[in-house]
Design a protein around this ligand. Structure first.
Ligand code: UMA
Length: 476
């Protein structure tokens, strides 16, 4: 399909997505384009300089601020993910017969190379990045974008052979035309409950990723990731041998070990009780040779291998490439070790499910207890699932931001809770409370925008506070 440059477009929301839409429409000769944002004026938009540039480059571009009201002459409205479909102005536009789509739907209508689509409450940036890494190592020119940061339309400027899109529930709400070669929902735990009427509603948005997919990849342990209707080929991943991409526990030395001439006794330590990533009964890689720790990351790599296999990439090369994947910033990122305390930045832990996984993963590797830093904008979350894990694994909780009091009420009966006013405060308190062998984990279970521009800014603030605290400490 080609973009119709004669139509009139409204781009609603002028953040990263909106700007990419304006740029794309300008590059494709669209002259009837209006950009609309709810903030009072241009100076209040995060990237106002870029908007100024676009206005210079495309003089017919109109910009409107202060209200989301859509002019009646508009044919197609491109909606940013942060603006809900039930916003009154969008409801009015739909009632007036304006076609409402988003950047991902436009991308889907125009893309010609295969697409691997990844969603999930947690792990989706990591899995999308893993898939891109594996594909790259197979010699494929791969474009990675979507919710991870690079807007999908910006990817179309390059001649990629494969696209990997991380898609949020917001982006999936308006998706109709995407025909992924492989698509996955990694897990579904509550998030964005301030946007959705119910958990079921949120899940329905996620399930849209399976529509028209050639192969779907589901989490064997999470029924919410299973499709409700018959669809393309289904591959499962999970932490046991029953999943298509799973884990085999090797309790006895293997014939193959003997074939390789490794003596039984010498080899016993290495092969007895070892865990392997597996495809069916075929062992792919010893878990100890995979660089990221924690069961969460095993699930991530298994799903990534399932997706690349579904897309026709050679499994052997993908497995080899998995050994060189390094974790992403702000996802259980080790910042440093100082006087026996390990400092971990998981600022991307923006919902309860992500934080529960981060606490369990950290506990499995830490000799002591965890000092957990929680809080921010709750997004209507229910914090109850945190109670049991913090009780079991945490020494204390340090609470920050808008959800501070709510978290305090929920947690103070099960562990000591401390209130902090700033990130530096959190780091100072954690340093006083933590004991040798403990880990200090920033995994807030909340969004960042009550105090920071985004989760990256929050993670940077944490890292900066840790660095300045230990500036004179020679340990990295
Ligand atoms: N705006 C209004 N009225 C509103 C809401 C927003 O006018 O009611 C305007 C704001 O003034 C602002 C613009 O809309 O100028 C922001 O648009 P946006 O919130 O859609 O954000 P973008 O900058 O376009 O970033 C979006 C994603 N943000 C959201 O989904 C909230 C980014 O994901 C994504 O990286 C980017 O597109 C590129 O695809 C961030 C995110 O938090 C990381 N995602 C959520 C998550 O991961 O949990 C879903």
């Amino acid at each position: 399909m080609k973009l119709d440059s004669n139509l009139s477009y409204a781009v609603v929301g002028l953040g990263i997505t909106g700007i990419s839409c304006l740029e794309f429409l300008g590059q494709h000769g669209c002259k009837r384009v209006i950009g609309i944002d709810g903030v009072e004026d241009l100076s209040k938009v995060t990237n106002s300089a870029k908007l100024d540039d676009l206005k210079q480059q495309y003089p017919t571009l109109e910009l409107k601020f202060g209200s989301l009201t859509i002019p009646s002459h508009v044919d197609i409205l491109l909606l940013s993910p942060g603006i809900a479909l039930h916003t009154p102005e969008i409801v009015q536009a739909l009632a007036a017969g304006i076609e409402v789509i988003n950047d991902i739907e436009l991308f889907a209508r125009l893309v010609t190379a295969p697409v691997i689509a990844v969603t999930g409450a947690n792990g989706k940036s990591t899995v999308a990045s893993m898939v891109a890494h594996l594909a790259q190592h197979c010699g494929v020119r791969v474009g990675l974008g979507g919710n991870i940061g690079t807007p999908a339309l910006a990817l179309l400027a390059e001649d990629y052979e494969l696209y990997v899109l991380e898609l949020s529930s917001f982006q999936l709400e308006l998706l109709q035309s995407l025909q992924p070669i492989a698509a996955t929902i990694l897990n579904v735990t509550p998030d964005h409950m301030d946007r959705y009427a119910s958990f079921a509603d949120y899940r329905q948005a996620k399930l849209r990723i399976y529509n028209n997919a050639k192969t779907i990849v589901v989490n064997k342990h999470d029924q919410y990731t299973w499709p409700e209707e018959r669809c393309g080929k289904v591959i499962s991943f999970g932490l046991d041998a029953a999943a298509d991409f799973g884990i085999i526990n090797s309790s006895l030395p293997q014939i193959s070990d003997l074939d390789e001439g490794r003596g039984l006794d010498r080899d016993r330590g290495a092969s007895v009780g070892q865990r392997y990533l597996a495809n069916g009964t075929e062992k792919l890689l010893a878990v100890k040779d995979f660089p990221l720790s924690g069961d969460q990351n095993l699930l991530n790599i298994l799903s990534a291998l399932a997706l690349t296999t579904a897309a026709g990439l050679p499994l052997g090369q993908c497995v080899a490439a998995s050994k060189s994947f390094v974790g992403l910033e702000h996802r259980c990122e080790v910042v440093g070790d100082h006087a026996g305390l390990r400092w971990i930045n998981d600022s991307k832990g923006t919902n309860v499910g992500a934080t529960v996984a981060a606490i369990c993963g950290t506990a499995a590797q830490c000799g002591g207890k965890i000092v957990i830093i929680l809080g921010g904008e709750s997004k209507g979350a229910d914090f109850l699932p945190l109670v049991a894990v913090v009780k079991q694994y945490c020494r204390a909780a340090i609470l920050l931001g808008k959800a501070q009091q709510e978290l305090f009420s929920m947690l103070h009966a099960v562990l000591p809770c401390h209130l902090a006013q700033s990130m530096q405060d959190c780091v100072d308190l954690a340093n006083q409370i933590g004991a040798s062998q403990d880990a200090v984990l920033l995994s807030p279970a909340c969004a960042s925008y009550d105090m920071f521009a985004n989760f990256k800014a929050r993670g940077e603030a944490f890292k900066q506070a840790v660095r300045s605290k230990f500036a004179s400490d020679p340990t990295p």
